[in-house]
Design a protein. Structure first.
Length: 337
């Protein structure tokens, strides 16, 4: 069993019922979440030995966050305690033509106070096969930006495969700040999640114009990224057609060795919870790469994992590999007996 490391913030999420707004609801649901933590849990469900690097407060909320990880099979030996608070965020569920709304309350959270000296990456990366982090983590503080860069460099020194998800959040930092940081990270990245807008606005790649189809445009951007960063072996993203807040169409893309592979298009109707769908997709991609599957199989599996995530509440997916494989080969809506 290979050792996988993820690094990021664990948050407490509060969300409304569908059809209720934050300022009117008298009932709210709580879940733990966070991009890298969601990926960690999915990979643990797929049978990997996954460790989560983070910092939580030394109080009941921090203890509950740690329990959440352990309950879902994630190792917490590298979880630090301290700081003043656990970051939170609020989700006002969307429905029909009304989009979901997210409000963050994570400033001065415990992880934002994590310093490079607090983490022994040499010990952490010893024996590790994969390291995953996203662009959310370096946006939380200057020290975390420094720590993420150091961790990617150190991972490469230890021969660890590195995975970086752009996950740009405009509420956390500007495009210019993110672009400068990401361009320092990418020389140390093997697997990268980014889309067309990331390529254009964060990497400065000139657009192709409107003459190419969507698939050809994405292949062009990925080709340009690999020319800029030949160390990147895999690039991936999803195409999402938003019919309404409740109905989407999802298709997965993965690019390697100069070829773009795509999954079939999945209609998702009556979505329960879209949050975490991208993390489920990322985990499916990483799982397939770790298992050395064919690119077509990776794209199909990762997209199916994301589709299933949309059917349950909360940030993380709790489906196993066998359940996702069964879903791929089962008629939608059919009772499994």
């Amino acid at each position: 069993m290979k050792k996988i490391i993820t690094f990021g913030e664990l948050l407490l999420r509060f969300s409304t019922n569908i059809g209720e707004r934050l300022f009117q609801t008298d009932q709210i649901y709580s879940h733990f979440g966070g991009a890298e933590a969601n990926v960690a849990i999915s990979l643990a469900k797929f049978g990997h030995k996954v460790y989560f690097v983070s910092k939580v407060p030394k109080n009941p909320l921090g203890y509950a966050a740690e329990k959440h990880l352990k309950t879902n099979g994630v190792h917490t030996e590298y979880l630090r305690t301290g700081g003043d608070r656990l970051g939170t965020y609020y989700v006002e569920s969307g429905v029909g033509p009304r989009s979901a709304q997210v409000v963050y309350d994570r400033k001065y959270s415990s992880i934002s106070q994590l310093a490079l000296r607090d983490v022994d990456f040499e010990m952490i990366f010893s024996g590790a096969a994969l390291y995953h982090v996203s662009g959310i983590t370096p946006a939380l503080s200057p020290s975390l930006k420094e720590t993420v860069l150091y961790s990617l460099q150190k991972a490469k020194q230890f021969g660890v495969t590195t995975s970086f998800d752009f996950n740009y959040r405009a509420t956390l930092w500007s495009q210019q700040e993110a672009a400068i940081a990401f361009q320092t990270f990418l020389p140390y990245v093997d697997i990268c999640s980014c889309g067309e807008l990331d390529a254009r606005y964060l990497l400065g790649i000139e657009p192709t114009g409107d003459t190419l189809e969507k698939r050809e445009q994405l292949a062009y951007y990925y080709q340009q990224i690999q020319l800029m960063y030949p160390n990147i072996q895999w690039l991936y993203c999803t195409f999402r057609d938003v019919i309404s807040a409740s109905t989407n169409i999802l298709q997965g893309n993965i690019y390697t060795n100069g070829t773009l592979y795509q999954s079939k298009m999945h209609p998702i109707d009556q979505m329960v919870d879209r949050v975490g769908g991208g993390d489920a997709f990322a985990a499916g991609i990483l799982h397939g790469i770790m298992r050395e599957w064919a690119p077509e199989e990776i794209a199909a599996f990762a997209t199916a994992a994301s589709v299933l995530k949309h059917t349950i509440r909360g940030d993380y997916s709790n489906f196993t590999e066998s359940e996702i494989r069964d879903f791929i080969h089962t008629t939608p809506g059919k009772i499994v007996r």
